[in-house]
Design a protein around this ligand. Structure first.
Ligand SMILES: *Cc1c(COP(=O)(O)O)cnc(C)c1O
Length: 401
């Protein structure tokens, strides 16, 4: 314990001195959580509709999850990928089962999963024709992470410009505009990558017809379909992975965020066909990825999803969230649209939303934007109708101003 207790304001000042200023942070220090509630250092309570950006699906302080992590800490936290470990083997098996994919590579983050997916796709194409100028088609408004490869396939030019050149040979098409993709395909195209539901770029779900046509095109040309499920996956849309709704399957899939429910993990998964014809020993690696602690988290998260019928719950409760958000959209003419899937929803405003989000925070409600004009709703998946009513009540008050 410090001999002198620091105040929340003092910690914030210290953070602004010491941390690299890459975020304009909200003026709050969260100290602990319980279910769908967060508490700041001063004991003020907040209803959480952000979940650490679609991460903490099971709510804070889940006893089973915490106990599994504590038990693993007392056993062993880290070994190395040069040795086998039981939590990784179990987590991989469970992840295969819920995804229907065949092979798993564990990473430390979403961006790192995207990097791995890109490498696998390039290697797959390289083994076919020996060329080193393969192209990847990505989508406008996409977000795939901040590392150089993931950034290079991210659609928003503002994120990329200062850091160019990226990895190169990336072309951008429009989500849900099949012809715009088709027009970019040539004999160097090795992959098409997109989020099944675009998150950061404004909550745009891919349409079924677009997915089906792309799947057929990729099959015909032996191009790999990479779906980024980092935000929209892990039950959030009422399916374990959003693409499972459409009866199609990607060749490579990325996941992260809710996969570890707060422990920093990710994974990319592929079909046996891709696995057998892409990355082999020595091609890819990570020191931490898939370590026993991280995989104990994944393993327990997947158990708890099943035991607590999380997906069924999301389907029920998200219908209610949609209804309540639609009511708000109807009430205020500056809200132009509600869109999304399951518990990944956006309210589109005809004006910036920052002031509303700050007002909500003051009233004890945590919300986040997606772009300047959209309030995004990505609550813990255990949210109830009562929590939704409470959220709407506070937000309605802020909108009425
Ligand atoms: C958050 C996110 C990423 C990046 O994940 P990090 O863990 O922040 O690297 C990539 N893709 C999508 C769709 C995301 O939402």
């Amino acid at each position: 314990m410090n001999s002198v207790e620091k105040s929340m304001k003092e910690y914030i000042e210290e953070a602004e001195q010491d941390l690299l200023h890459t975020y304009n942070r909200y003026q709050v220090v969260f100290d602990r959580g319980e279910g769908v509630w967060l508490y700041d250092m001063e004991g003020k309570r907040y209803l959480d509709f952000v979940a650490g950006i679609a991460v903490f699906a099971l709510g804070y302080g889940n006893e089973g999850y915490n106990a599994a992590l504590k038990a693993q800490i007392d056993k062993i936290i880290h070994t190395s990928n040069y040795y086998y470990n039981v939590p990784a083997i179990e987590a991989a098996g469970k992840l295969k089962k819920v995804s229907g994919m065949d092979r798993v590579f564990f990473t430390n983050s979403g961006a790192e999963s995207v990097e791995g997916a890109i490498k696998a796709a390039r290697k797959y194409a390289y083994l076919k024709d020996g060329r080193t100028d393969h192209e990847i088609i990505a989508m406008e408004h996409s977000f795939h992470g901040r590392t150089m490869g993931a950034l290079s396939v991210t659609g928003n030019p503002h994120y990329r410009e200062a850091f160019e050149p990226g990895i190169g040979n990336i072309r951008f098409a429009k989500l849900n505009d099949f012809e715009s993709v088709e027009a970019l395909v040539n004999d160097r195209t090795c992959a098409v990558i997109f989020e099944t539901v675009q998150g950061e770029g404004g909550i745009f779900p891919a349409k079924e017809e677009f997915l089906r046509k792309l799947r057929a095109l990729c099959d015909e040309r032996d191009i790999l379909l990479i779906l980024d499920e980092i935000q929209c996956g892990m039950g959030r849309t009422g399916h374990m992975f959003a693409w499972q709704k459409y009866g199609i399957k990607p060749d490579i899939m990325t996941t992260a965020k809710a996969l570890g429910c707060g422990v920093p993990v990710g994974a990319f998964l592929m079909t046996e066909k891709v696995a057998a014809n892409s990355l082999t020993a020595g091609d890819h690696g990570t020191t931490y990825g898939g370590n026993p602690l991280a995989c104990a988290a994944i393993s327990k998260v997947l158990d708890l999803f099943e035991e607590n019928h999380i997906i069924e719950h999301v389907r029920e409760v998200s219908a209610y969230l949609e209804k309540r958000l639609d009511e708000l959209a109807a009430k205020y003419d500056f809200i132009t649209e509600r869109r999304g899937a399951g518990l990944l929803q956006g309210l589109v405003f005809n004006r910036p939303v920052a002031d509303y989000i700050n007002a909500a925070l003051k009233q004890g409600l945590v919300l986040i934007n997606a772009g300047t004009n959209i309030i995004r709703f990505v609550p813990p998946l255990i949210i109830t109708e009562e929590d939704i009513d409470k959220m709407i009540e506070i937000l309605d008050g802020c909108l009425a101003g």
